[in-house]
Design a binder for this molecule. Structure first.
Ligand code: ACO
Length: 337
């Protein structure tokens, strides 16, 4: 088999979530909201909040260390690092470079960030897979790490109840065995809807100034209703398209692992696909929306709890700011514990 035919599979997975839990009851004391409203509209009960000195590179390094430990690998075994984040530690250098140093990865490997918001992990997975299929890289670390608490306006009840912090990492590896691991994937974007979920200041177009900061322009702003509508449509379509690409029906998929944004979005996608919610494991009730970290956090939990088994077909699907979206179908290869 030529290198171009290599399969790429998840050899190990690890996660890290900050210790601090922020409950709906606590949020109700900060803004005009209630546990009942948040649970009914989003399904979220609590979320994790990183400490001031706990950044995406720190959380990502901890998640990666768990994954490497489970795989029985060391930093020297990694040939490629991609970090998906919409909340990088600093505008530059990349969080990947900061993580490379923290993990002690080799200096002869590419390390870079991907900016695709909540679709970031699915984007990074596809980019890593395609680079690995070239035969040039045997093992990659793909990490989703977010500190959304740093871009949330804690006085805006329409957004602050939804988001949380955390990180998840996978070690990808190539194998000459055909039809294992990542079977198919697709990505998409629609920049015409950029303003539905964005941050207007803090970049080069509008650098941070005392005025922009006091006007709260460096916080995340969202048109929740429109994002909701697009999310359901693109997630359901992405699932259908990747299934068609792989010649698989939704009945054959054991588990759907969607980006953990809102339980009502998940229910609507499941209903459009005609799939029962028992095949949509979720943890957004305990973590909220952790953007690029949400899929690895949900995937790791479903695997650790013994839901996902060797040989299962698993479909991961995401949408996010951009707008962006993506889906990946995997034949699960039992990762190292
Ligand atoms: N507590 C109490 N009331 C609230 C709150 C709150 N936290 N937030 C909004 N409300 C009020 C609104 O002000 C509104 O009041 P009004 O009728 O007097 O105007 C009412 O509740 C209803 O608000 P809606 O926005 O219509 O509520 P909706 O049912 O649409 O739910 C929500 C809002 C949860 C934001 C939903 O639209 C949603 O989940 N959208 C998708 C968001 C999402 O997934 N974003 C992540 C994208 S991924 C990424 O890239 C980061």
């Amino acid at each position: 088999m030529s290198s171009a035919e290599h399969s790429v599979f998840i050899r190990a997975i690890g996660v890290h979530a900050p210790d601090r839990k922020l409950t709906n009851a606590e949020l109700s004391k900060m803004v005009d909201t209630s546990d009942e409203w948040i649970k009914t509209r989003s399904g979220i009960s609590e979320r994790r909040i990183a400490a001031a000195n706990e950044n995406p590179s720190d959380m990502g390094a901890k998640a990666a260390a768990v994954a490497l430990g489970r795989a029985g690998l060391t930093a020297a075994d990694i040939d490629l690092l991609i970090v998906a984040t919409m909340t990088p530690d600093v505008p530059f250098p990349s969080t990947a470079c900061l993580l490379q140093a923290k993990l002690g990865l080799r200096r002869d490997i590419p390390c870079f960030d991907i900016s695709a918001a909540c679709s970031g992990f699915v984007y990074a997975l596809q980019v890593a897979t395609d680079m690995m299929r070239s035969g040039r890289y045997r093992r990659a670390l793909v990490i989703g790490a977010e500190k959304l608490s740093s871009v949330v306006d804690w006085t805006d009840r329409t957004t602050c109840v939804l988001f949380g912090d955390g990180a998840g990492a996978v070690v990808l590896e190539t194998t000459p065995t055909p039809h294992v691991g990542i079977l198919g994937n697709l990505l998409g974007a629609d920049g015409n809807n950029a303003e539905l979920l964005h941050c207007v200041a803090g970049g080069s177009a509008a650098p941070a100034t005392p005025d922009s900061i006091s006007a709260g322009k460096h916080f995340l702003r969202m048109n929740g209703k429109e994002v909701f509508r697009h999310a359901v449509r693109v997630m359901a379509e992405s699932c259908e398209r990747v299934l068609a690409q792989c010649n698989v029906t939704s009945d054959q998929v054991a588990w759907f692992i969607p980006h953990q944004a809102n339980i009502r979005i998940l229910e609507a996608v499941a209903s459009q696909l005609n799939v029962g919610m028992e095949r949509f494991p979720f943890n957004l009730d305990r973590y909220g929306n952790t953007s690029a970290a949400s899929i690895p956090l949900a995937l790791e939990e479903a695997w650790r709890e013994g839901k996902i088994k060797h040989g299962d077909l698993v479909l991961i699907v995401a949408f996010g700011s951009g707008l962006t979206w993506g889906a990946t179908l995997l034949r699960w290869h039992e990762p190292s514990r």
